[in-house]
Design a binder for this molecule. Structure first.
Ligand code: SF4
Length: 452
């Protein structure tokens, strides 16, 4: 099997409608024309092509289990060996309250986001914006990024701030601080000093974060050098967003399948079969043809802090299903500004005290998240969300508590009705603890304005 050519075949089939038409009518001739030798049977490639169109790969799984297993193990090896994936998955975060908050957010998201998307997404803890705005101008931009206004250049003063902010997060979050990206509503290649910021990040966190850029072709030598620098630091894997069919063709001419084997393309051009999350500008442009939007997904992979170095601002975010209230696919818990790393430290402490409570007893209103519905029958409770069902035995008292939690119970009422401090050892307490740890209790405060 030639994985590089197979990957290029997939990219062309997904992103280029003319390639699709040609392949559909004469697969072997088309592969020859494009110089592709995936060394996989035509029948298999045709079944994959059909799966790409329908987003249904059951036929491939049923008819070609051996081929699929080989491809999966190849792709898995890439993922497993990727130090950044490992950092996101296995990092031993040193901030217990933050880690528990992230676990609860993850569990809450698991209940409402598409498992196919959710299980594969990174779960980063910090995102740094090294500028304000972006030159991308993508009509589907999930964060509705404005045009580029400013870059955070690597001056003496800025590099001092950058390194002290990185050190602060490393001290605060431990290994988890390495699970970060150096872009958000920005394009990393817009910043002429990007490489210097990456080197500092590597020095302080011991890991080289991946990149996603819309501009692999702006300066191909820079793209190549950046990718090589990443590989040298143990990080294969650049991600490039393609927004026009011509760009895909130019990309294929510029970078060979072998050279781009460890890169991935996000095929965002109009002809692509790829689907966006229904967030940001994509909500506007595809209101009439939601065909291109994927239900119950978000482009936000951050449960943690978004830091803008130009504005000196910090926000606390976590993913959610995009809707009218949260059009960018994340919930904004709070935001504030800082003057320097010392000030940021104080602000982060205030955020921690306010938003990472160590137990449900710190909530003023104890309430089940609206993502869950509850029913009781014959001593069993059934909790149902969009993608999960939890069923368990309950006593009469626990059943009563669950029903009361639908509307919410003020903390004082809870103490009075369910035993106050005594409940610490009671069954009601165990149920509450289970709901809390599973992210099933609502932690959002409707009276909260968002700024610290
Ligand atoms: S999608 Fe990315 S590259 Fe495009 S405008 Fe938004 S932030 Fe910029």
């Amino acid at each position: 099997m030639n994985f590089a050519d197979y990957k290029r075949f997939l990219e062309l089939f997904m992103g280029d409608d003319e390639f699709r038409e040609q392949f559909d009518s004469s697969p072997d001739l088309t592969l020859r024309k494009y110089g592709l030798k995936p060394e996989l049977s035509t029948a298999f490639l045709c079944a994959v092509a059909q799966g790409c169109r329908s987003y249904d790969f059951r036929l491939v799984a049923e008819q070609f289990p051996a081929e699929l297993a080989r491809l999966r193990s190849f792709a898995l090896k890439f993922e497993e060996e990727n130090p950044f994936t490992k950092r996101c998955r296995d990092a031993c975060g040193s901030n217990v309250c933050f880690e528990a908050w992230r676990d609860r957010r993850r569990s809450a998201n698991r209940a409402v986001l598409q498992p196919l998307y959710f299980d594969r997404s990174f779960n980063i803890a910090v995102a740094y914006e090294l500028g304000i705005g972006c030159t991308g101008g993508c009509e589907f931009c999930c964060f509705d990024a404005p045009v580029l206004q400013e870059n955070f250049r690597y001056t003496v003063e800025n590099s001092r701030l950058w390194r002290s902010v990185l050190t602060l997060f490393r001290d605060l979050l431990g290994d988890r601080a390495g699970a970060a990206s150096l872009y958000w509503g920005t394009d990393p290649f817009d910043n002429p000093d990007l490489e210097k910021f990456y080197l500092d990040f590597y020095e302080i966190n011991g890991v080289w974060p991946p990149i996603t850029s819309r501009w692999p072709l702006r300066n191909p030598e820079r793209t190549r050098n950046f990718a090589e620098e990443g590989r040298r630091h143990g990080q294969p894997g650049c991600r490039f967003s393609i927004t026009k069919r011509e760009e895909l063709r130019d990309f294929c001419n510029m970078f060979s399948p072998a050279e781009s084997l460890d890169w991935s393309l996000v095929l965002n051009n109009p002809e692509s079969l790829n689907r966006y999350s229904a967030s940001g500008r994509a909500r506007e442009i595809h209101m009439e043809s939601l065909r291109k939007c994927q239900a119950d997904t978000t482009s936000c992979c951050l449960s943690g802090f978004l830091v803008n170095l130009c504005r000196r601002s910090v926000q606390l975010l976590s993913p959610c299903v995009p809707d009218e209230a949260n059009p960018y696919g994340f919930h904004l818990w709070c935001e504030t500004v800082f003057t320097d790393a010392e000030d940021l430290k104080k602000k982060l402490k205030a955020i921690q005290d306010r938003f990472f409570p160590d137990g449900p007893e710190r909530l003023s209103l104890i309430k089940l998240s609206p993502d869950w519905t509850v029913s009781l029958s014959h001593g069993r409770a059934k909790c149902t969300s969009r993608y999960l069902v939890r069923s368990f035995q309950v006593s009469a008292e626990e059943g009563n508590l669950l029903m009361r939690l639908k509307k919410g119970i003020a903390r004082d009422d809870f103490d009075r009705e369910f035993g106050g401090e005594c409940a610490v050892f009671g069954k009601s307490r165990a149920l509450l603890e289970m709901l809390w740890k599973s992210g099933m209790l609502s932690e959002e405060d409707s009276t909260w304005t968002g700024s610290m």
